[in-house]
Design a protein around this ligand. Structure first.
Ligand code: PLP
Length: 358
């Protein structure tokens, strides 16, 4: 089996697995204590969470603090809903549904345009009452890298806050400055079920859940030491390997582009995380390709979220027709993908497309 769906989720790093085990049942010197209990077992679990907090914080800009959540979706909800009421929330047209649907649900929402390459230009007009701007750092469908630093400056000039959804950037690229940043552990080789919201010092948020007042009163609920420790270990490995991971991804990208030269690329070639290859081929039946290439785990480019049934708003935003979107696939690769896997996947996908006569 060849796993090429790194934007959906990534394989767990062995270091993250190791860090988690001792907090599951108390063997191997860890414990099952509640990290919010004042006794010794509670304090041990708390200490593990604080170690992880420092590990995760090391990849954020200076001058902020972290709230752990159950997912990036929860972190995004907390950021958008908790950062105020009234005024317009301006969102790029290619945000994840967690941003688009949340901003759309709470009040006036302005869509920021992206160009044909999938980049959202900070020089475009904003409604005068904009209170929050949401532009992600790396897009999950086409991998395009947004001018996030410039968007932060734009937000400051407009007297608005800037939320950067860095789910697909954290651990891969240096993060841009922002007021609020969201991440998810399972996208950088950590476990599923834990995310975080980074909050710039001085930015005030209203809690969205009532309860025990954990995480400085911002996010009630008992934290899972195992999940948080796994996230911390994954962050530490990412920090250590960032340059090597990137060089590895560049080698795979070059090979994949060469081997799949007959396919058209969706989104910018250069302003892009090269672990994302969103390709299309005129007339391609993606369902048939998936059926014929069952050994390769990849995603239909037209599906904006697996199982959602919605067609991709991202491919529509960059100007593709519905038909072109339906002719598209997304390949995602990274740290644990080998060159042999890329070569084999390219062979299978090319053969599958050629068998369709496209
Ligand atoms: N934002 C982006 C860009 C994503 O790719 C995803 C997951 O696909 C999310 C947010 C939501 O993350 P989570 O699975 O942690 O809720």
């Amino acid at each position: 089996m060849i796993y090429l769906d790194y934007q959906a989720t990534t394989p767990l790093a062995p270091e993250a697995r190791e860090a988690m085990l001792q907090w599951l049942d108390g063997t191997d010197g860890g414990g099952f204590g509640n990290p919010h209990s004042p006794h010794r077992m509670g304090r041990q679990a708390r200490a593990a969470i604080e170690v992880a907090r420092d590990q995760v914080a090391a990849l954020f800009p200076p001058g902020g603090s972290i709230v752990f959540t159950g997912s990036a979706t929860e972190a995004i909800n907390l950021a958008i809903r908790g950062s105020g009421a009234g005024g317009t929330v301006a969102v790029s047209a290619i945000e994840h549904a967690a941003v688009l649907d949340t901003a759309g649900a709470i009040g006036p929402c302005h869509r920021l345009k992206v160009d044909g390459k999938g980049v959202c230009d900070p020089d475009q007009a904003l409604p005068a009452d904009t209170r929050l701007i949401c532009v992600m750092q790396v897009n999950n469908e086409i991998g395009t890298i947004q001018p996030a630093g410039r968007w932060h400056g734009r937000a400051q000039d407009a007297g608005a806050l800037y939320l950067c959804d860095a789910v697909q950037a954290y651990g891969k690229l240096l993060l841009a400055d922002a007021d609020l940043i969201t991440i998810s552990a399972h996208k950088f080789h950590g476990p599923k079920g834990v995310g975080a919201l980074w909050i710039r010092d001085g930015v005030k948020l209203t809690a969205q859940m009532t309860g025990g007042g954990q995480e400085a009163g911002i996010r009630s609920g008992t934290l899972s030491p195992a999940l948080v420790a796994g996230m911390g270990a994954a962050a530490a490995v990412a920090a250590q390997r960032m340059d090597d991971d990137r060089a590895h991804v560049e080698r795979l990208w070059k090979a994949a582009r060469r081997l799949m030269a007959d396919w058209d690329l969706n989104g910018s070639e250069m302003d892009r995380w090269h672990g994302n290859l969103n390709l299309r081929r005129e007339g391609l039946d993606v369902n048939r390709l998936m059926n014929d290439c069952r050994e390769v785990m990849f995603s239909a480019g037209s599906a904006c979220a697996s199982g959602s049934g919605r067609t991709s708003h991202v491919l529509a935003a960059i100007g593709l027709t519905t038909r072109e979107a339906k002719n598209s696939i997304r390949l995602g690769f990274g740290r644990y993908t080998t060159m042999v896997q890329i070569e084999e996947a390219a062979r299978l996908l090319n053969e599958g497309a050629e068998a369709q006569g496209v």
